[in-house]
Design a binder for this molecule. Structure first.
Ligand SMILES: Cc1ncc(COP(=O)(O)O)c(C=O)c1O
Length: 432
């Protein structure tokens, strides 16, 4: 291990031994080298700053091509510079502050300033780099977003442990803790907690949430437990009695072995899919030694993989987050999604009564609903829907169909469900 990494590792060993134990081999090697971006940062504001190879007017402002500048005509000169020069490795300071304000409830405990990532997927990949690695167990209740397997198992050699998320149609708050209890005592483990869930469209009730939190805190008594909270669908909750608060905030500072990490993004929260802006938030106070050591490792990994984060999208996001209207705009988007959710819930309840091949899993949030097919292969139904019904759904092996209600108008949803039922029933008749 290099001297740079060794210095960070000593901080972690001393101040956060559970984090140290949970780090992967790559996580232990990672550090932020004092090379070009580091030296350029130190030279900022110097009269003669000849460090990083950016093309400027000699005083730190970009020498933008006129056609590029014209595309950014509504931005202030300062924001044009921010958009076209390199971003700091951890993201634009103002954006980190504004996202902290956006995502953190008023009464929430201390946490680090969010580090900017290239979409939520990249945030997950960074968490996997730090805490995955060969043989590390990653517990994710199934069915889950398939890319977790790519991010953790394929990339780092970690092993997925996938207990069933449901018992019949009941969501299992203790699914993760029970899977953790089966691992050898003391062995660090990682968990991915995606609420509201993809593909389930589920968020726990008050009682289920209490059971989930208690079971995770209990599980951390036996081992360092990294809990990656994938909050991709934060805020998209459609029933009044379902809490919207990220469980991340209720896992911070609950046990020395419990290491929650919040991965969030403007992708869905602010409908900015192509912007590729995500954030990783650590459960340690800003500027604490542990937060700084882990941030240095993250900066090193970001530099190694991305070079630096996309500045242009950060500047677009800044325009939104600086504006007082953003809260109302997001509320209006959620209200529209709620209409579609209601339309789909009604249509699916009717479908379930009509067709005994369909079992509707509980849905109250997110942008998807999930149905389980009794005695039918989901992929075969998906193919038939494509070929004969002009309908595209996602099949999840062996027998789930996922419906993205976020991309269908409320008025069109009954017909979508009618066609889906017709396709399912055509199989049911053939298989009799
Ligand atoms: C659960 C979940 N996590 C992460 C992502 C990735 O988000 P991003 O597009 O910001 O990388 C998605 C996108 O579909 C998702 O459903």
């Amino acid at each position: 291990v290099s001297a740079g990494a060794e210095a960070l590792n000593q901080v972690l060993q001393r101040e956060a031994p559970a984090v140290w134990e949970a780090l992967s081999p790559l996580g232990r090697r990672a550090y932020y080298p004092p090379d070009i971006p580091f030296q350029a940062q130190q030279a900022r504001g110097k009269k003669y700053n000849a460090t990083i190879g950016q093309i400027t007017d000699g005083a730190g402002s970009i020498l933008a091509l006129p056609t590029v500048r014209a595309a950014l005509a509504n931005l202030s000169p300062e924001d044009v510079n921010r958009a076209l020069l390199y971003s700091p490795m951890e993201g634009l300071p103002e954006l980190r502050e504004l996202w902290d304000r956006w995502q953190r409830p008023a009464d929430a405990p201390l946490a680090s300033l969010p580090v900017v990532t290239c979409g939520l997927a990249h945030g997950l990949a960074l968490a996997a780099d730090l805490f995955g690695g060969p043989g590390r167990k990653v517990i994710v209740p199934a069915p889950f977003w398939g890319n977790y397997r790519q991010t953790w198992a394929i990339r780092t050699g970690a092993e997925m442990v996938a207990p069933p998320a449901y018992d019949g149609t009941a969501w299992r708050p203790r699914a993760i803790a029970e899977a953790a209890a089966a691992l050898p005592a003391g062995e660090p483990a990682a968990v991915i907690l995606n609420l509201p869930s993809n593909p389930g469209g589920y968020s726990p009730t008050v009682a289920e949430r209490a059971e989930l939190l208690a079971s995770l805190i209990e599980a951390a008594q036996a081992r360092p437990l990294v809990v990656v909270c994938d909050d991709a669908y934060a805020g998209l909750v459609f029933e009044d009695d379902i809490p919207t608060r990220s469980v991340f905030w209720d896992l911070v500072d609950r046990h020395p072995n419990l290491i929650p990490i919040k991965a969030s993004a403007s992708t869905k929260e602010l409908v900015f899919f192509g912007g590729r802006i995500g954030f990783l938030t650590l459960p340690f106070a800003r500027r604490s030694a542990v937060a700084e050591a882990l941030e240095a490792k993250l900066r090193g990994l970001i530099r190694a993989g991305l070079g630096s984060p996309v500045a242009l999208s950060q500047v677009v996001l800044l325009q939104a987050l600086r504006n007082q209207r953003i809260g109302d705009e997001v509320a209006a988007m959620i209200a529209l999604m709620r209409e579609r959710y209601r339309a789909l819930s009604e249509a699916l309840s009717a479908a379930e009564r009509q067709c005994d091949r369909i079992q509707v899993l509980p849905c109250n949030s997110g942008v998807f609903a999930l149905i389980a097919l009794r005695g039918l292969d989901a992929e075969a139904v998906r193919q038939k829907l494509l070929a004969e019904y002009d309908v595209g759904l996602v099949a999840i092996a062996p027998n789930y169909l996922r419906i993205a209600f976020c991309s269908i108008e409320a008025e069109a949803i009954p017909e979508l469900v009618r066609r889906t039922v017709a396709a399912i029933e055509s199989f049911a008749i053939e298989s009799m």
